[in-house]
Design a binder for this molecule. Structure first.
Ligand code: MTE
Length: 301
């Protein structure tokens, strides 16, 4: 599809920041800097909102395998060895197996997607991801007709993920999607951000991104993908089903039992910026509302 490459993060990053970054990261000279592309309109999959900085995106994280504080993942995730990396594919699929990551995604198109990201805790960011559409991988793997859901699991390796030595969560971290959600073109398996491999704290080497759902759905460091006809067990739902549903669609009209979901705090916006309104399906309503036609979203939260 032609529009996939219409917009890159450099087009929507404030120009001064973009030039800085290019200077820093690529050491380009003045002539190359003058040739920086002009701003363009966003394609249908990417927002034209300004992305957060790499420092914000990789410095303020949730990743309980490395601690419960927002700075803990950045401090501790360096321990994790992400190469070699094997992903087990099993269940109702034509080509199950233990795939080396490179083999799993070899030949699939890596796309840039600038997505809003909304955590259930009511903070948000804008992230320039690189990744493959999950649908392209599932098509290649061959989903059997009886499959209705996709389940994902994070690596278990307590030597490198220190909190796994505790009972903080029922490890591994696990998540799942309905098959039609998994096949939606917005659903991404991210391999990078800002044009670099994913930082470990953001879920290297492979993490899910489902931009219309709360961030806890976007499971990090994926080592298992299972096609199933049963709704999968999911980590936060197992801990507190009344607070965290399976669907977890961003919805300003359905509050968390302990706080409002009507507004959010954009990370990096500054002390005086104030909160901004949370958008239905995190702003992806036009693309995804039809997936939930006829469902009561207050019941299926
Ligand atoms: N995946 C694993 N394996 N462990 C986690 O603790 N936290 C989730 C999700 N994926 C989590 C995880 C939550 S609560 C959020 S909000 C996002 O990751 C945070 O992603 P980010 O740190 O890249 O912003």
């Amino acid at each position: 599809m032609a529009f996939q490459h219409d917009l890159t993060w450099s087009d929507v990053t404030p120009r001064a920041l973009f030039l800085n970054r290019r200077q820093l990261m690529q050491g380009l000279g003045a002539a190359a800097l003058l040739a920086a592309p002009p701003a363009r309109a966003a394609g249908p999959y990417s927002t034209d909102e300004a992305p957060n900085t790499l420092e914000e995106i990789s410095g303020y994280n949730n990743y309980y395998e490395f601690g419960v504080g927002k700075q803990d993942p950045a401090a501790n995730a360096g321990l994790l060895k992400t190469d070699p990396w094997t992903v087990k594919v099993d269940g109702m699929v034509d080509r199950p197996g233990d795939y080396a990551l490179a083999e799993l995604i070899d030949g699939l198109t890596v796309e840039e997607r600038i997505y809003r990201f909304r955590c259930v805790e009511a903070w948000s960011m804008v992230v320039p991801w690189q990744g493959i559409q999950l649908s392209s991988l599932l098509d290649r793997l061959g989903v059997r007709p009886e499959a209705k859901f996709v389940a994902f699991e994070t690596l278990i390796r307590p030597e490198e993920m220190p909190m796994q030595k505790t009972g903080l969560l029922d490890w591994p971290y696990r998540e799942g999607l309905r098959l039609d959600e998994a096949m939606h073109p917005l659903t991404l398996l991210a391999t990078g951000l800002y044009g670099q491999p994913l930082p470990n704290q953001n879920g290297a080497p492979l993490r899910l991104v489902v931009p219309w759902k709360y961030g806890f759905k976007s499971v990090k460091a994926i080592v298992r993908i299972t096609l199933t006809d049963q709704m999968p067990q999911t980590t936060w739902n197992m801990i507190a089903a009344q607070e965290y549903g399976f669907y977890a669609n961003v919805n300003p009209k359905v509050d968390h039992p302990r706080w409002s979901q009507a507004s959010e705090r954009r990370i990096g916006a500054g002390l005086f910026a104030g909160r901004q309104d949370t958008l239905m399906f995190n702003g992806y309503e036009d693309q995804v509302a039809s997936l939930y036609a006829g469902m009561d979203l207050a019941v299926n939260y």
